[in-house]
Ligand binder design. Structure first.
Ligand SMILES: Cc1cc2nc3c(=O)[nH]c(=O)nc-3n(C[C@H](O)[C@H](O)[C@H](O)COP(=O)(O)OP(=O)(O)OC[C@H]3O[C@@H](n4cnc5c(N)ncnc54)[C@H](O)[C@@H]3O)c2cc1C
Length: 477
C-alpha cells in the first residue's frame, strides 16, 4: 500500500496570544473578534508587513526595546505560548547558564551567539526577543497580526537548519512551528486528477518522524534525507529533495493542499499549483588510491555516471574533500527505491568496469559509513557533450584542489518523476533537467573580522563562478 502523494498541512503560524486558557481545543480554529477582545495589537488589518527595516530605517536599541515592552500585554494573554528564551548557545558562555555538555550538542544558527569552545564576551542578544510556541492557527494569526500592527520584525522558525540564519532574526518576534506535529493518514482523497491515499501533517514534523510514520503505516512520501530537517517548512518551500527525488520528484511536487496564514493574518487553504517551489540537497562506497592522477580519473568517471544514476531512478550524495598534500577522500551513498540488489548491481556494472579499467592504481572499493554554497543543479547538457563535461569536471576539481569540499547530489527531479501536481507547478525549471546538484563547502577560520569574512566569501564565489561559466546559458534557468 503506497501513495506517492502527500496532503501537507503547513500551518505556518498559529495564534493564541489573546486566548490563554480560553483557547479552543481545535488547532484549526481561527482567531475571532471575541478572541481579540480589547487587545487591539492582534487585530486583523491590511497594513503590509515591513519585515526588518533596512539600514536607513534601522531602529535604535531604545526603539527596539520599546517594541519589546509593547509585547508584555501579549504575554499576559498568551497562556504560556509566548516565551522569552535565552539564545540556545548561552550554555557555551561564561555565566550561570554555562553547560559544557549541552554546548557540544548545539547546531549553529545565524551568525551571533554561536556555539563555541572558545567563548569571547557573552551571549544574551542577537536572536529573537520573543518566541510564540505555536500550537494552533489562532497563535499564528495573532503573532502575524501583532508583528504587522506593531511593525515588529517577524521570523518563522521550524528546525533552525537554515544555512543563512533566516529563521533566527535579531530583535524579532519568532513564530516557532516545532510543536505542530499532527499527522493523519487519509485512505481516500481526491483532488484534480489525483485519487488515492494522502497524508496530512503539521509544519513542525521532522523528516525522521515522517519516516517513522511511513514505516508504521506502510506508505511513501518525499522527505529530506537529512533526518532532522523539517518535513515541511523551509525544505518544502525551497526545492527540498531527498532519497526519493528521482522517483517522486521534489518535496513540493507532491503537495495537494497547503494550509497557511498569510501576511494579513488570513488563514487560507492554497492550491499548490499557484504556489512557487523555489530552489535553494543504502549503500555507501569510497575509493582508495595512492595515485592522485588515478584518483581524479576515477572521480571523472564517477561523476560522468551521475546521469545514468538519475535516469535509472537512483539518488546519490557524495563528499569530495581535500586533506592537504594531494590527498583526498571521496565517499558516496546511494538509494534505489523499489529496486532489488540484483537490479542495482546491473545498473552499476558499467561504472565498476570503468573504474576497474583504470588499473591496479584504484586498488580498493569498500563499503563505508559514512560556509556551504549551492547552485541549481548542473544540467544534462553538461553531461551530453564530452568537452562540456570535461570542463564541468575541471571546474569541480579546481575548486577541491583549492581546499573546498564538493558535496554532490545526483538527483533527477524530472517532470515525469514529479507527476501531478508537481509537473504543472512553478518550480525552477533548472530542477527538471538537472543531473548533479553541487554545493561547495568552505570552513571559515575562527575569529575573522567582518572584512576577512567578506574576503572568504568573495574567494569561494570565484570558484562558484567557474561552475557557472561551464554551464550553457540557456540551461541555467
Ligand atoms: C544537517 C542538514 C541536513 C540537510 N539535509 C537536507 C536534505 O537531505 N535535503 C534537502 O533538500 N535539504 C537539506 N538541508 C537543507 C534544508 O532543507 C534547508 O536548510 C531548509 O531550509 C530547512 O528547513 P527547516 O524548516 O527545517 O529549517 P528552518 O531553519 O526552521 O527554516 C528554513 C527557512 O524556512 C522558513 N520557514 C520554516 N518553516 C516555515 C513555515 N512553516 N512557513 C513559512 N516559512 C517557514 C524559515 O523562516 C527559514 O527562512 C539540510 C540542512 C542541514 C543543516
Amino acid at each position: 500500500m503506497r501513495a506517492p502523494s502527500s496532503w501537507t498541512s503547513s500551518r505556518l503560524l498559529v495564534a493564541a496570544l489573546a486566548l490563554g486558557a480560553k483557547a479552543a481545543p481545535d488547532p484549526t480554529a481561527e482567531l475571532t473578534a471575541q478572541d481579540i477582545g480589547d487587545f487591539a495589537a492582534v487585530e486583523f488589518g491590511d497594513r503590509s508587513v515591513r519585515g526588518f527595516p533596512g539600514p536607513r530605517a534601522r531602529p535604535s536599541p531604545a526603539r527596539t526595546a520599546g517594541r519589546a515592552r509593547g509585547l508584555a500585554p501579549a504575554q499576559r494573554y498568551s497562556g504560556g505560548a509566548l516565551l522569552r528564551p535565552n539564545p540556545p548557545a548561552i550554555v557555551c558562555y561564561e555565566g550561570p547558564a554555562y553547560d559544557e555538555a549541552a554546548c557540544k550538542n548545539l547546531w549553529p544558527q545565524g551568525s551571533t551567539c554561536l556555539p563555541t569552545e572558545e567563548p569571547v564576551g557573552n551571549c544574551t542578544r542577537g536572536l529573537p526577543e520573543y518566541v510564540v510556541n505555536v500550537t494552533s492557527v489562532k497563535h499564528v494569526q495573532a503573532a502575524v497580526n501583532f508583528a504587522r500592527n506593531k511593525n515588529v520584525r517577524l521570523v518563522i522558525k521550524n528546525t533552525g537548519h537554515d544555512f543563512g540564519g533566516r529563521s533566527v532574526g535579531a530583535g524579532s518576534l519568532s513564530v516557532w512551528t516545532h510543536n505542530l506535529k499532527d499527522f493523519e493518514l487519509i485512505p481516500e482523497y481526491r483532488m484534480g486528477p489525483y485519487k488515492g491515499m494522502a497524508v496530512r501533517y503539521g509544519a513542525g514534523l521532522e523528516a525522521w518522524e515522517l519516516y517513522n510514520h511511513m514505516a508504521e503505516l506502510n506508505f511513501t512520501v518525499t522527505a529530506a534525507g537529512g533526518r532532522t530537517v523539517g518535513a515541511n517548512g523551509g525544505w518544502f518551500a525551497s526545492g527540498g529533495h531527498g532519497t526519493l527525488t528521482s522517483t517522486y520528484g521534489l518535496g513540493c511536487d507532491q503537495a495537494l493542499e497547503i494550509h497557511a496564514v498569510t501576511a494579513d493574518g488570513e488563514y487560507v487553504v492554497a492550491n499548490p499549483l499557484a504556489l512557487s517551489c523555489k530552489t535553494g540537497a543504502n549503500s555507501t562506497t569510497s575509493f582508495r588510491t595512492d595515485d592522485p592522477a588515478a584518483f581524479w580519473d576515477a572521480m571523472s568517471i564517477y561523476f560522468r555516471f551521475s546521469a545514468a544514476v538519475v535516469d535509472a531512478g537512483g539518488v546519490d550524495w557524495s563528499y569530495l574533500t581535500p586533506l592537504g598534500n594531494e590527498t583526498y577522500t571521496f565517499s558516496v551513498g546511494m538509494t534505489w527505491p523499489n529496486r532489488t540488489v540484483e537490479a542495482v548491481t546491473e545498473i552499476l556494472a558499467p561504472l565498476y568496469e570503468q573504474l576497474q579499467a583504470i588499473g591496479p592504481r584504484v586498488h580498493r572499493l569498500r563499503a563505508a559509513r559514512g560556509h556551504a554554497l549551492p547552485l541549481p543543479p548542473l544540467p544534462r547538457k553538461n553531461w551530453d557533450d564530452d568537452e562540456v563535461f570535461a570542463n564541468t569536471f575541471a571546474a569541480i576539481r579546481v575548486s577541491v584542489e583549492a581546499g573546498y569540499t564538493f558535496h554532490g547530489l545526483a538527483i533527477g527531479a524530472t517532470k515525469k518523476a514529479a507527476g501531478w501536481p508537481g509537473r504543472e507547478g512553478a518550480v525552477n525549471p533548472a530542477w527538471r533537467n538537472g543531473v548533479l546538484h553541487g554545493i561547495l563547502i568552505g570552513l571559515q577560520p575562527k575569529g575573522l573580522t567582518a572584512q576577512e569574512a567578506r574576503d572568504e566569501e568573495a574567494a569561494i564565489q570565484e570558484y562558484m563562478q567557474l561552475w557557472r561559466d561551464v554551464t550553457p546559458a540557456r540551461a541555467r534557468t
